[in-house]
Structures are given as C-alpha cells and as structure tokens.
Design a protein around this ligand. Structure first.
Ligand SMILES: [Zn+2]
Ligand SMILES: [Zn+2]
Length: 97
C-alpha cells in the first residue's frame, strides 16, 4: 500500500468525466478501469494476477482464506466454505441457507 487515494471529482478511469463529490468513478467505469488494468499488467487474467502476488489454488495460498485471516473477510457461519465481506456473507446466508 502506498497511501490512500482521494476522490478528485473526475472519473479515475481517465475518461475525463466530471462526477459527484466523494466518488471515484462514473457508473460502471470502475469495471472498465479494472479490465484495462488487468489487460495491461496480467494478460487480462485474474488467475495471472493472483499468481503474480503469490496466491493460487492451494488452500495455503488461497486469496479468500488470506482475506479472512487478515480479519477483512469472514467465513460463512453455516460452514459451507463460502467467504466474503460482511455484507456478502449476510446476502449469502439469506439466499443460500
Ligand atoms: Zn471514466
Ligand atoms: Zn454458506
């Protein structure tokens, strides 16, 4: 991490659009920026990106398990193996259990 960024009122994808105060992206442009970034740096592959940062399919290298381990994410309290942010867990439990 190199310090946190602050919204400037212009879309962070670089399209030049003026947006509301306190926001980083015009609607949907975060996904566009993400896709462009992946294409430039990781051959448009999320797997490539994870691999480059030391994550992989092994349990010991699991990116989702690491997120839980850092206390940023949680595991499904019903023990099904689902991992996500607190809101995602709530949605998941309501929808799938
Ligand atoms: Zn934009
Ligand atoms: Zn679950």
């Amino acid at each position: 991490m190199t310090g946190s960024v602050k919204p400037t009122g212009r879309c962070y994808c670089g399209c030049g659009k003026e947006i509301g105060y306190g926001r980083f992206f015009a609607a949907g442009h975060d996904k566009v920026a993400e896709a462009a970034f992946l294409t430039i740096h990781y051959d448009a592959s999320v797997a490539q990106m994870l691999h480059a940062h030391g994550y992989g399919p092994d349990e010991a290298k699991s990116v989702t398990k690491t997120a839980v381990g850092k206390g940023l994410w949680q595991e499904c309290p019903r023990g099904c193996g689902y991992r996500g942010a607190r809101e995602s867990i709530n949605n998941h439990v309501n929808r799938h259990h």
